[in-house]
Write a protein that binds this ligand. Structure first.
Ligand code: CMC
Length: 435
């Protein structure tokens, strides 16, 4: 529990006819927060903070970001160390349970996840209800929500064992569901999971094997994929995680909450940006057209934004973007495609933008989505799958936050207030008398 500044430290807020002390709460690192929970009772006023730019919506022990410096920690471990040395499932364990697993815990966790990767056979028919040209995010979102209709035995959110089984099921089945969404869209048969493969290799197998030929696993691919998964696994209270928490605060079942997170992630300002970056790079087409697009990004009358640039929290280089830039070089080199024009274009775009006064002044740097699409494309993923991969990797983060919220004894249903600016009360007029 955070230390709640009962050492006499408080901020004073006064206005016409009121004065109130706001307790100061200290986290383990990061800025202190002012506790405004009693503000309305004491003053008759709410705070106004659209987009939550100054509001902490919860207490959390999972992930820490210092956006000014460019630091990202999962349970205290730096993202650079984890991306370099950890594997994805031990990162999942860390996010879910707070500590890295010992050898026995790691083995048990891997076995549990492996033995939950298959989905209910009936789900095959559910998939077949979708149009073949559906966006895979629509399919994955629908199927995740539908899991609540298949796994009735783990829906009691008050039961810790049910919560644990649901968590394991979602982490285990999301690669299967993602790969099925892809296979369905290209008209290939679904590929069943294999228990002799690790999490990442198994996903690549379900994506790229066909009944006549197994996917040729390569260390470069599995390493790059694992790194992408680790870098996307959590990012504290972003839009989709906050959506999961808000949905879960009403007591909704975990599958419904994660489906809500997937829906929120889909937007181009959030997880959909990785797809939008590639579309943008194709549209720019060549280095000589970069200035034209930068001018458009700066023009307030033009809705075009530089996709993969800027972040609500990072006002410095996103550490995830740095790691992915590195991976992009490694993957393309391994494929003998180091001269890939798209990578050159992206690097030149980054260079020019980082020297441009508009971007410098606003502290706009490349974010996690800027380089991930280039790697995924080189690995053979279609653009429409990029956001699905983000959702796959983020599922563990959403579940960790959902579990933390459900286990928090101070948790209440999320219910923001509003500043109402609509009409004041007026009388109903019969239609004949309306102008
Ligand atoms: N291109 C051009 N201008 C930008 C951009 C951009 N990508 N991002 C921000 N700005 C400008 C914005 O117009 C504003 O300028 P001014 O102060 O003159 O009005 C200023 O920078 C601050 O922007 P903001 O919209 O107030 O910032 P925000 O914190 O609300 O938005 C963001 C953050 C990520 C939505 C935004 O930077 C953006 O739309 N970026 C492009 C989409 C993108 O790459 N999203 C992925 C985010 S990282 C992955 C994830 O978390 O899902």
């Amino acid at each position: 529990m955070a230390e709640d500044g009962n050492k006499g430290e408080a901020a004073k807020l006064s206005g016409a006819g009121y004065e109130v002390d706001l307790p100061v709460i200290h986290g383990s690192i990061g800025p202190d927060v002012l506790d405004i929970r009693k503000l309305y009772g004491a003053t008759g006023r709410f705070t106004y903070d659209p987009g939550f730019t100054s509001t902490a919506s919860c207490e959390s022990k999972i992930t820490y970001i210092d956006g000014d410096v460019g630091i990202l920690l999962y349970r205290g471990y730096s993202i650079e160390q984890l991306a370099e040395t950890a594997d994805y499932l031990e990162t999942c364990y860390l996010l879910l349970y707070g500590e890295l697993p010992n050898a026995k815990q790691k083995e048990d966790f891997e076995r549990t996840i492996t033995y939950h990767t298959m989905v209910h056979e009936q789900l095959n028919y559910f998939f077949r209800g979708f149009r073949r040209d559906a966006h895979p995010m629509a399919v994955v979102c629908g199927v995740m929500g539908a899991l609540a209709a298949f796994y009735h035995d783990s829906l009691d959110i008050e039961n810790p064992e049910h919560r644990k089984i649901s968590a394991h099921r979602m982490i285990a089945k999301i690669p299967t569901i993602a790969a099925m969404a892809y296979k369905y869209s290209v008209g290939q048969p679904f590929i069943y999971p294999r228990n002799d493969l690790d999490y990442v290799s198994n996903f690549l197998h379900m994506m790229f094997s066909v009944p006549g030929e197994d996917f040729a696993q390569s260390e470069i691919y599995t390493k790059a994929m694992a790194r992408i998964f680790i870098l996307h696994a959590d990012h504290e209270q972003n839009a989709s995680t906050s959506t999961v928490r808000l949905a879960g605060s009403s007591g909704a079942n975990p599958f419904a909450c994660i489906a809500a997170g997937i829906a929120s992630l889909w937007g181009p300002a959030h997880g959909g940006a990785n797809e939008a970056v590639l579309t943008m790079l194709y549209e720019i087409g060549s280095v000589d057209r970069i200035p034209e697009f930068l001018e458009r990004a700066k023009d307030k009358n033009d809705s075009f934004r530089l996709m993969g640039f800027g972040h609500r929290v990072y006002k410095n280089y996103d550490p995830r973007a740095a790691a992915l830039k590195d991976s992009a070089h490694q993957v393309l080199e391994a494929l003998g495609a180091q001269d890939e024009p798209l990578l050159k274009l992206a690097m030149e775009l980054e260079r020019i933008a980082l020297e441009d006064e508009y971007f410098v002044e606003r502290k706009l740097f490349p974010n996690v989505d800027f380089y991930s699409g280039i790697i995924l494309r080189a690995m053979g993923f279609p653009t429409s799958m990029f956001t699905v991969l983000f959702a796959l990797a983020r599922t563990v983060g959403w579940i960790a936050h959902w579990s933390e919220m459900v286990e928090d004894p101070t948790q209440k249903i999320g219910r923001p207030r509003q500043l109402y600016t609509g009409p004041v009360q007026r009388d109903y007029t019969p239609v004949a008398k309306r102008g």
